[in-house]
Design a protein around this ligand. Structure first.
Ligand SMILES: Nc1ncnc2c1ncn2[C@@H]1O[C@H](COP(=O)(O)OP(=O)(O)OP(=O)(O)O)[C@@H](O)[C@H]1O
Ligand SMILES: O=C(O)c1ccc[n+]([C@@H]2O[C@H](COP(=O)([O-])O)[C@@H](O)[C@H]2O)c1
Length: 219
């Protein structure tokens, strides 16, 4: 649901690379969580831009297992969403994909994602990347207080959504402007269902995978 003019920001994002918490010298791991049904260039550009601005060593994409806030609608099988994410990120040496949310089972909570990633990556600072729409919902997530002790949150601009850190802990979130791509997975699915092209909205390999697996047809 759009909440403001295209790409509006509530306050100017800090422009300096490396903004956010004081640098600790530890490895810096970005975490891009999403349902990725399908993954599209909006996700990829956001991750790439944050990686550059925050000097991240790597960004791990974490497809949700069961996104509990999307339980009202059909979500494609996790394996399809995982494979599309692998295809989309394969060529970028800075990008990787984790199965942790899929393999854990049950509803996906970011607090579990971050706890697991912390355990798997000692001596690493975590940066959780989220679009303006998801950031606006963050106070509805499970265990929000603990979330901010596990990672620094980075909210990125998204066309049609207001980017704001209102109500979130001071110092826990950075707001960042990323190149505006008015693409959503919802729109990609609707286009496939109508027989419209999604070339150049998602990576070529993802177009072919959707075709091969006959995803989103007749939805
Ligand atoms: N075009 C975009 N620009 C910036 N951030 C985005 C964009 N699309 C998605 N995101 C962010 O990526 C994360 C994962 O998004 P998700 O997989 O739910 O995609 P979506 O396009 O929002 O899907 P859907 O339309 O099915 O709700 C969220 O934090 C979301 O805000
Ligand atoms: O932890 C929660 O309660 C929670 C509730 C909704 C969304 N999230 C996370 O937010 C990210 C984007 O979710 P989504 O549903 O917009 O694809 C993804 O990593 C989800 O696991 C997390």
């Amino acid at each position: 649901m759009p909440t403001g003019p295209a790409n509006e920001t509530a306050r100017a994002p800090e422009p300096q690379p490396g903004n956010g918490p004081v640098r600790t010298g530890k490895r810096r791991l970005g975490v891009m969580g999403g349902t990725f049904d399908p993954i599209h260039h909006g996700h990829l550009v956001a991750a790439s831009e944050v990686a550059a601005q925050f000097h991240l060593d790597e960004v791990v994409f974490v497809p949700t297992g069961q996104p509990w806030q999307k339980s009202h609608r059909k979500v494609s099988p996790a394996e399809d969403r995982y494979l599309m994410t692998v295809i989309a990120t394969a060529e970028n040496p800075q990008f990787s994909v984790s199965r942790i949310d899929i393999d854990r089972g049950g509803p996906t909570y970011t607090v579990d994602t971050l706890r697991d990633l912390r355990a798997l990556n000692p001596d690493t600072d975590l940066f959780f990347i989220t679009g303006a729409d998801a950031l606006a919902q963050l106070l509805t997530w499970l265990d929000t207080e603990e979330l901010f002790s596990l990672a620094h949150f980075i909210g990125v601009t998204r066309p049609g959504h207001l980017l704001t850190d209102a109500g979130l802990p001071e110092g826990g979130v950075s707001l960042v402007e990323v190149p505006a791509l008015a693409i959503s997975s919802t729109d990609c699915r609707a286009r496939v269902a109508k027989g419209d092209p999604i070339w150049y909205m998602v990576p070529d390999g993802v177009v072919r995978y959707i075709d091969k697996r006959e995803l989103y047809r007749g939805e």
